[in-house]
Design a protein around this ligand. Structure first.
Ligand code: MAN
Length: 354
């Protein structure tokens, strides 16, 4: 199947050099994986900013936040026998895992969907808070439910990778709700409407022994406490999504069902996008799923960067049939692409004419 994405000619829209680091001694390594929302008549991004300190030869640094939310740096010689550094994203030192960068979230606004700036009258950075966010916060989905924006993000610490929730109405005051799903879990997208009186969310627990990295559905009476979990979409052996799958942003209501754009990766960590469709009244019923990716890395900025061969999305805006997807490319840049919802549905066998 042909790639259904129409990439912006202006890509990459944002690169590490475009923003200032959160502190003088830090450098931005990557700008990636934005949550996207509409507020005050404009489109806003809540991007992930991954930072580290300048590396020097023969030494690796891994940053962590201390109990006061300040960055501390651990420094290890590259030839230390207790160091395993084979992945650009994670290292293992003396049996413990660390991230090579610490991420925070940064607010950006745009008039035209292409050029972004940090809004002047807002405090634009959200940092990890407390012990469970010590290695940072990442990949935030923003779901608007009524006037409230639900921010679900990956909270990383030495205790594991779980899901944090903050709620805001005005993007200046945030209610910190702590960890709503414990490790190992990430990729939470809350539906923007209740269904039969309940909140629903997609999430991605990982099971190391039996099971895998699958997309699950759960429901909640209040948007805070989640239960009745069901396994919805699994990785497929031999396919482009053979190793892991995870939800993108909030599902999109269509006349055929809830449309979800998701990411899938194979054992070589090559990330593409696919789609699936859930029943409107009972989202635990998956009606259809694309066999082939709807988007795969092909451009230079997707193939090489901090971690190459990656397209990853957790944010979009919808305008009629036109879905503008913002995505992380090669775990380093923020890019944009247009999709037609009609074309994605047609790829799953649903069209208005049939
Ligand atoms: C994976 C990648 C990293 C991320 C960690 C923790 O290794 O997605 O970018 O920092 O998980 O979430």
């Amino acid at each position: 199947m042909k790639d259904l994405a129409k990439r912006f000619a202006e890509n990459p829209l944002l690169m590490p050099k475009d923003l200032a680091a959160s502190r003088d001694e830090l450098q931005i390594i990557s700008l990636l994986n934005p949550g996207v929302f509409r507020f005050q008549g404009k489109t806003w991004l809540l991007i992930r900013v991954a930072e580290s300190i300048a590396q020097k030869e023969g030494v690796i640094f891994f940053p962590v936040l201390n109990a006061l939310g300040q960055m501390e740096i651990i420094e290890v010689p590259l030839n230390d026998p207790d160091l395993i550094a084979t992945d650009a994203r994670i290292v293992n030192y003396k049996g413990l895992d660390y991230l090579t960068t610490v991420s925070h979230l940064r607010l950006l606004v745009t008039e035209d969907g292409i050029h972004f700036c940090e809004p002047e009258s807002f405090d634009t950075a959200l940092f990890g808070r407390g012990k469970l966010e010590r290695y940072g916060i990442e990949d935030c989905r923003v779901s608007q439910i009524g006037d409230d924006y639900y921010l679900t993000y990956t909270a990383v610490s030495d205790s594991g990778v779980g899901v944090g929730l903050r709620i805001t109405r005005d993007w200046q005051h945030f209610e910190f709700k702590g960890m709503i799903l414990p490790p190992h879990n990430k990729d939470v997208a809350i539906f923007e409407e209740k269904i039969n009186g309940k909140y629903y969310a997609l999430h991605r627990p990982s099971s190391k022994d039996i099971g895998g990295n699958y997309i699950w559905l759960s429901e909640s009476p209040d948007g805070l406490h989640w239960g009745n979990h069901k396994c919805l979409v699994k990785s497929r052996p031999g396919s482009w999504d053979s190793a892991r799958v995870g939800a993108g942003a909030a599902p999109i209501r269509t006349s055929f069902g809830w449309l979800e754009i998701y990411h899938g990766a194979n054992a070589a960590h090559e990330y593409c996008l696919g789609a699936f469709l859930m029943d409107l009244n009972d989202p635990s019923v998956v009606i259809a799923r694309t066999n082939e990716p709807i988007m795969k890395p092909v451009e230079n900025y997707e193939l090489s960067g901090f971690f190459g061969y990656v397209v990853f999305t957790n944010g979009h805006v919808l305008d009629g049939d036109r879905l503008t997807v913002y995505y992380g490319a090669a775990d380093e840049f923020v890019c944009g692409a247009y999709f037609s919802v009609r074309e994605i549905l047609a790829a799953m066998g649903f069209s208005s004419e049939s």
